[in-house]
Design a protein around this ligand. Structure first.
Ligand code: NAP
Length: 352
């Protein structure tokens, strides 16, 4: 018997789709993804620290809640309680990205979602039922598929960048910018698009100064965003430079950046406590090339407004894999819910 719903991906879109599909008695099967295929089990939030903008999770004694709600055999995944986060003698801190994802996973498991720790490496959407092909296991036949494989932030690929990830190097100002380590310190954003300017502007609320480092002498960002950067006294644009190396130490994490000029051979070291990459994202759609309609950047396209339909009937897309614009945990979760409802209606229509 074919599955009724296969979900590919384990970020907020995947788990939210699973919660809704499981509660609709569709017995979903979710492929979590592995690092073997460059996927991130639990999605990009697994790389994030405090999440302060997911509605329903105000700072407080979140850890006690997480520990009471998440199965004990997955506590190894939970980060240590950050020190010094207390209010009125009680722990007071925001949910960590990985904790939020473990809570979503638990919620999906509680309603009977079956989880497989494997990647989908290929699909066959040419006939019915649909077929998805895992990296290790046997092909799976299914009436519907929800693709929720997300996207990954682009990094430059520097060794020093990897070394200081989560210790001053980040690809998400909105996620990490308000952390104490960045307060009243000079910071840098790398990139010249709308995201770079949005992130730089956002960071000016916390930073003493923000360097916007761009490899050319003209920004790619829209005019209105350019004006925003040019008129913000806290933002200094460093034209015609790229990040050559992240400088820092074990104690303080990032302490400076080494920039190299794109027009001559010069380099310069600039003191910063944080470096935010904003050089675009890459959707995790490599295994779907030629199988589903995508835009020129490789994101899956919704074929109908406010519906999660893709170019193949019965295949739905949710979260960042179909969104290069909002890219928030909460919008992903919302579209995951939408995809599950779309799948449920499709199955009902087809009599499955
Ligand atoms: P983007 O438009 O692709 O811009 C990426 C930027 O990173 C470009 O300036 C690019 O430089 C630079 N870059 C890429 N690779 C680099 C490398 N290896 N080294 C140094 N610099 C590098 O991406 P985005 O800013 O994330 O925007 C994505 C989409 O979302 C866009 O359509 C954007 O309009 C939209 N968006 C809109 C808003 C808004 O309206 N509020 C906010 C965020 C995003 P070059 O310019 O030289 O190529």
């Amino acid at each position: 018997m074919p599955e009724r719903v296969v979900i590919i991906g384990s970020g907020p879109a995947g788990w939210s789709a699973a919660i809704y599909a499981a509660r609709a008695n569709l017995n979903p099967l979710l492929f979590e993804g592995t690092v073997k295929q460059d996927m991130i089990p639990l999605g990009q939030l697994a790389y994030t620290t405090e999440v302060e903008n997911f509605a329903g999770f105000p700072a407080g004694d979140i850890r006690a809640f997480v520990e009471s709600a998440v199965a004990k055999d997955r506590h190894w995944n939970l980060p240590p309680v950050p020190k010094g986060h207390e209010k009125d003698g009680r722990p007071h801190y925001a949910v960590q990205g990985v904790e939020l994802m473990e809570l979503m996973k638990q919620q999906a498991l509680n309603f009977g979602t079956r989880v497989v720790g494997d990647d989908i490496v290929d699909v066959d959407f040419s006939g019915r039922p649909l077929r998805v092909i895992p990296g290790d296991g046997e092909p799976v036949e299914t009436h519907t598929v929800i693709v929720a494989t997300g996207a990954r932030a682009n990094y430059l690929g520097l060794e020093s960048e990897e070394k200081f990830k989560n210790r001053g190097v980040s690809a998400c100002a909105v996620c990490d910018g308000a952390l104490p380590r960045f307060r009243n310190k000079p910071l840098a954003v790398i990139g010249g698009g709308d995201s770079a300017i949005e992130e730089a502007t956002y960071l000016t609320a916390f930073a003493s100064k923000v360097y916007l480092v761009h490899r050319r002498d003209a920004l790619r960002a829209s005019k209105i965003m350019q004006d925003r950067a040019l008129n913000n006294k806290k933002i200094e644009i460093v034209w015609n430079h790229v990040l050559q190396e992240v400088l820092g130490d074990d104690k303080d994490g990032v302490t400076a950046m080494r920039l190299s000029s794109t027009v001559d051979d010069s380099t310069a070291d600039v003191d910063v406590s944080g470096i935010f990459l904003a050089i675009g994202h890459t959707p995790n759609t490599g295994f779907l090339k030629g199988k589903l309609e995508m835009n020129e950047k490789g994101y899956l396209t919704w074929t109908s407004r406010f519906r999660t339909y893709t170019s193949v009937e019965g295949v739905f897309a949710a979260g960042d894999v179909a969104d290069d614009y909002y890219r928030q945990a909460i919008t992903s979760a919302g579209t995951g819910c939408m995809a599950a409802l779309d799948a449920e209606r499709y199955l009902a229509e087809k009599g499955h």
